[in-house]
Design a binder for this molecule. Structure first.
Ligand code: CR6
Length: 829
């Protein structure tokens, strides 16, 4: 009885009665409770958005419960953890994914319908968390989902950028960038941890005190900002495990700029304080090139420093000697963006923990792992020495020291080959003396990964050949993957149900290998009927979206042909548009009898251009100009339509991908490290029209050439073609369509001139002209295949059936075993 003195735990159990309940009444109670007390609306009157907020909070409660249990379990078991450092995570929306992974989707849907709401409608109220640019960022999000699902003890770290990626608004066919105020209405998925904060320091000087290398040095920083943790629980599927994505927000620190206060410059001191928050306000919107910018460097160091402090604090809670560190900690550098972590860990171990250089270095070499997502030397990050030296003087010294010892060692191994030494040195002497972050990452990581087999080959034979020859054992590759939870279960519920029905199990959602079982039904007529039905449902959904957005009505009988990804010259959206112009031109010149044979197409293009990338912006405008012409040509009708889908992001992708019949992946061979969009389309039974580049090479192995439409020069042929320059023959059709653009057939003659100049007269670096004929042939083959709907459907089923290798579960499993050396740690409840 209550009168007796009970233990705190007993009392808590008595009060809380175990876990939150998921029966309809409990769920309804929870939702209404949150309407009334969290959202502060009357439970008798609330709209869809308020219902979404209350629902999100009810789901969040359940996430928190599991999150606590998981953290407690990890703490008790103390397994080796993987700390995934990434400057970008493209999480998208959380609601649908969370209820599915928690296994309470249907329960919530029922509970809501009794309250007069629909789960799908409420899910549309959520904004996207776009804390990243493109493939790399979405890959991090997929890998978090897989890490949670496979019970790995993982923590993701990043900074909490306030605006995320810009919102793309199209006006008169031109891209405009708007700030995405996604946090204006609050974010129920994050948990602010006011007590988890760390000071992050910048600028200042390194004193000459304690010059002894063993004891480290004293850095006297000038500025401090506070990093406050925002935790985002990431639930696994079919497990209680819920891991953490910890994002750091910059807040002014009390230690900040004390001088100004003391000198009485109160106003400036306050303004300065607010500047602190700028560090985590914005995301750099370019995914391929990095100029040395102070703010970006600050962002990198800010999240790295807070994360390293957090990791070391957690480690020290349970361990008394750093010798155990490599057994408990794997630190993953997702590209070079977080690679300052190397210098930061070194600094902490040497200067603050007084381990001495050699002991610290030994630890560094056993904890870091690195994945590069880059193909070309221009894409590699370089930080000007002046910039680094001013912002982080002690880190620059440490990097110099690392480099000095490395180069000395290198000389012993390779002799005085100065060219090679210069290439491998971390410090690049040049017009602007800089730090080559990739070299630092390779040197200090015990494993270096590429993201597909082709990419790995390029790394070891070209980009990092010198390093590979020195340490071949370091180099590995893990072909990227995407999560089937998000890309089938959440985004394509009809296909999900159909797959489970034909496989007789839902196990594929957790164990993708089951998917291959679809192959034996690939020719089954009954499945064909159902498969086509599912595609139709998704095409209707997409057609409705297109109409709502642009007013354009598209025919469901047409082949839906999609190319959605960031706009880049190497991804060759221009090739697609020129192909569309060619198709238009052909139809215009056909007589009635021939027109009957034309397979109608709806061409869909979508993607953002980096704000400073003029050529990419022109490609977007050209797409609109061509669309304007074609879509308003009544003579063409439904035979051809072209749509640009604005503001392509994760939630738009969830709608577009399931509705695609065919998707295009046109990168000039050797330029796409992997590509992950293709994998999402593949899972959704969409046929691929692609060059033999990036992970397509491995997709071919799984699906078979006969079930895809491949074209274009191969990786090994590209440089020979380029060398031909103006002598390279291009087909007449190519010259004809470029001429149409040049002559102003689509208007904006002067504006498009540079686009045309870029691809003619020996300037065609990305080989649009050289690949044009084989591109058109592949397109013709696709048209032909589409006419035979049974064969097409079979190819579609085989695409999904063969997509299992491209699940991020497989990728993460490989990383766990071959790179990080971690074991699953499953929460027992
Ligand atoms: N832009 C590659 O270009 C790859 C992803 C993820 C990219 C792309 O081919 O699939 O990474 N690279 O590995 C970078 O972001 C640097 C990308 O998304």
């Amino acid at each position: 009885s209550f009168g007796e003195k009970k233990s705190k735990v007993e009392r808590i159990f008595e009060l809380m009665d175990g876990f939150l309940k998921n029966d309809p009444t409990s769920l309804q109670n929870d939702i209404l409770h949150h309407v009334e007390y969290t959202v502060a609306r009357s439970r008798f009157s609330f709209d869809d958005f308020e219902a979404y907020q209350a629902l999100a909070h009810s789901v969040r409660d359940r996430l928190i419960e599991r999150w606590h249990d998981t953290q407690m379990h990890f703490k008790r078991k103390d397994p080796k953890r993987i700390y995934f450092l990434s400057l970008e995570f493209l999480m998208g929306r959380s609601l649908s994914n969370s209820v599915i992974n928690l296994g309470i989707r249907d329960q919530f849907a029922d509970a809501l319908s009794q309250l007069g709401f629909e789960l799908e409608v409420l899910a549309e109220q959520e904004g996207d968390a776009a804390l990243g640019n493109g493939g790399l960022a979405r890959l991090s999000a997929c890998q978090m989902d897989s890490l949670a699902t496979l019970d790995y003890p993982a923590v993701g770290y990043d900074y909490a950028n306030q605006y995320g990626l810009f919102r793309q608004v199209i006006l008169d066919g031109f891209q405009h960038e708007h700030l995405d105020f996604w946090l204006n209405f609050g974010n129920p998925w994050e948990i602010e941890r006011v007590h988890v904060t760390y000071p992050v320091k910048f600028y200042g000087t390194v004193t000459d005190e304690l010059l002894n290398e063993e004891n480290g040095k004293v850095w006297v920083p000038k500025r401090t900002v506070e990093a406050v943790a925002y935790d985002n629980p990431i639930p696994g599927y079919g497990t209680r495990n819920t891991i953490n994505l910890r994002l750091w927000a910059a807040k002014p620190s009390d230690q900040h700029n004390m001088e100004s206060y003391n000198t009485g410059d109160y106003i400036n001191a306050v303004v300065e304080r607010q500047r602190a928050e700028n560090i985590s306000s914005i995301l750099y919107p370019d995914d391929r090139s990095y100029q040395g910018k102070e703010l970006r460097l600050k962002q990198q160091y800010f999240f790295v420093s807070a994360s390293v402090q957090d990791i070391i604090r957690r480690f020290k809670d349970a361990h008394s000697t750093f010798d155990d560190f490599p057994e408990k900690v794997a630190l993953h550098l997702n590209d070079t963006h977080p690679s300052l972590a190397i210098a930061e860990v070194m600094r902490v171990l040497v200067d603050e923990e007084h381990l001495g250089w050699n002991r610290a270095w030994n630890i560094i070499c056993n904890v870091f792992t690195f994945t590069t997502h880059t193909v070309s030397p221009e894409g590699l990050e370089k930080i000007p020495v002046d910039l680094l030296g001013s912002l982080l003087p002690r880190h620059l010294q440490i990097i110099y020291d690392i480099n000095f010892k490395f180069v000395e060692e290198l000389k012993k191994r390779i002799g005085l080959d100065y060219n090679r030494l210069a290439r491998m040195s971390i410090v690049e002497e040049g017009a602007v003396k800089s730090i080559q972050m990739a070299n630092l990452s390779i040197l200090c990581s015990h494993t270096v990964n590429g993201v597909s087999r082709v990419h790995s080959k390029l790394l070891t034979t070209k980009l990092f050949k010198d390093f590979y020859e020195l340490w071949p054992e370091k180099f590995q590759y893990k072909t990227n993957g995407v999560t089937q939870r998000r890309w089938i279960v959440v985004s394509n519920p009809s296909l999900c149900a159909l797959i489970s029905k034909w496989l007789g199990t839902e196990d594929w959602i957790r164990d993708i290998d089951h998917l291959i079982g679809l192959r034996e039904h690939a020719a089954n007529g009954e499945l064909h009927q159902e498969w086509k039905m599912v595609k139709k449902v998704n095409k209707i959904r997409l057609a409705e979206y297109i109409e709502a957005m642009s007013g354009l009505k598209v025919s469901l009988d047409a082949m839906f042909d999609v190319q959605t990804k960031r706009i880049h010259e190497y991804k060759r959206q221009l090739l697609n548009i020129l192909g569309i112009i060619h198709r238009y031109d052909c139809i215009k010149n056909m007589d009635k009898n021939d027109r009957i044979k034309v397979v109608p197409r709806v061409c869909i293009i979508g993607g953002k251009a980096a704000p400073g990338y003029e050529t990419a912006k022109k490609i977007i405008k050209l797409c609109h100009a061509v669309a304007e012409k074609i879509n308003n040509d009544s003579d063409i009708g439904d035979l051809l339509k072209l749509v640009f889908i604005p503001d392509y992001n994760v939630s738009v992708a969830e709608l577009v991908i399931p509705g695609a019949d065919i998707s295009q992946h046109l990168s000039t061979a050797g330029h796409e490290a992997s590509g992950t969009g293709s994998m999402k389309f593949l899972m959704n039974g969409c046929l691929l029209l692609a060059t033999v580049d990036g992970s397509t090479v491995e997709i071919i192995e799984e699906i078979g050439e006969d079930n895809m439409f491949l074209f274009g020069a191969k990786v090994h042929e590209v440089s020979a073609l380029r060398e031909k320059g103006p002598a390279l023959k291009v087909p007449l059709q190519f010259s004809r369509v470029v001429r149409m653009v040049r002559d102003g057939y689509f208007g904006f003659k002067d504006y498009f001139k540079s686009l045309c100049d870029n691809i003619e007269g020996g300037q065609d670096y990305y080989l649009l002209g050289a690949d044009f004929t084989s591109y058109l042939e592949a397109q013709a083959a696709a048209d032909k295949a589409y006419v035979d709907q049974e064969r097409w459907t079979e190819m579609s089923i085989l695409s999904t059936a063969g997509s299992g290798r491209f699940s991020s579960d497989r990728t993460v499993e490989e990383y766990a075993q071959k790179t990080w050396g971690i074991q699953p740690c499953r929460c027992p409840f």
